[in-house]
Design a protein around this ligand. Structure first.
Ligand code: IPD
Ligand code: CA
Ligand code: CA
Length: 270
């Protein structure tokens, strides 16, 4: 697959940051047994990855804006903006679980037009650009074709200390338990979305996310033929923090489930 110049820039940045994370991930295991634990080390690994992504992207596209989870913010030309999570799946990383990724998206005039998600341990590089399809390691991706919820594996995210709405989540899960093949919560939203693009899960929904958790993955899902909306079926995912994805039928079923559980506004948002 011949990649565009834009994707080449994004892939180079994701690859460099991913290699740095993979090296640090090797160290985390040694630190698990130390008294202080690996938390400090991991937050340094996270910052290091963001610095690498910022350096690479701003060298290649100096006029573009930048929004990174670890605090890097540049206004830029007002037209283009990188949206970056240097380490999505921090809790997994900290616990030695190899489900984490670098996530880089590009927004142009408020529209998401390209996304790269890279898991350096599994060596899976997901790329997508508007109108050009989605790929993992150069293999074309399609969302799953399953339409019967009884066969569907659905991914989600769950609340944790200080984050998310437990009442709403429990009520949503209750709507699904009896009618689907299984639920997964691997702990890295960027990869959850990439896995829907790859047809591994049939659908995914999560609330209380930040733009950097979902921006790149949304491009992947769309370019793999999937449907993407917020919890109310609109396209305000980056503003509301809720994202619902799947093939057309599964996406619709998930929206129905959210509505039956009390709707997009059920309970306070955190
Ligand atoms: C988190 C992961 C997780 C999601 C959380 C995010 P982080 O990102 O994407 O799956 O449930 O809401 O904050 O902190 O690992 O970058
Ligand atoms: Ca994240
Ligand atoms: Ca992060």
């Amino acid at each position: 697959m011949a990649r565009s110049a834009l994707l080449n820039v994004m892939v180079a940045a994701a690859d460099k940051a991913g290699r740095s994370l993979a090296r640090d991930f090797g160290e985390v295991e040694n630190l698990q047994v130390s008294r202080k634990g690996p938390a400090d080390f991991v937050s340094k690994a996270d910052m290091r990855a963001e610095e690498i992504v910022y350096r690479e992207l701003s060298k290649a596209r100096p006029s573009y804006g930048f929004l990174g989870e670890e605090g890097t913010e540049e206004k830029g030309d007002g037209t283009h903006r990188w949206i970056v999570d240097p380490l999505d799946g921090t809790t997994n990383f900290l616990h030695g679980i190899p489900i984490f990724a670098v996530s880089i998206a590009l927004e142009r005039q408020g529209e998401l037009i390209a996304g790269v998600v890279y898991n350096p341990v599994m060596d899976e590089l997901y790329v997508a650009e508007k109108g050009q399809g989605a790929f993992v390691n150069d293999r074309r991706l399609r969302v799953s074709a399953r339409t019967d919820l009884a066969d569907c594996l659905i991914g989600t995210g769950l609340p944790f200390l200080g984050h998310g709405n437990q009442v709403r989540t429990l009520s949503e899960l209750q709507q699904l338990f009896g009618s689907i093949a299984g639920i997964r919560r691997p702990g890295a939203a960027a990869l959850d979305l990439a896995w829907v693009a790859a047809g591994r899960y049939d659908g995914f929904w999560e609330h209380s996310l930040k733009p950097w958790d979902m921006a790149a993955g949304i491009v992947l899902v769309r370019e793999a033929g999937g449907f993407v909306s917020d919890a109310a079926g609109r396209d305000k995912f980056l503003d509301t923090g809720s994202v619902v994805v799947g093939n057309e039928i599964v996406h619709r079923q998930l929206l129905k489930m959210i509505s039956a559980a009390g709707g997009p506004k059920a309970g306070p948002r955190s």
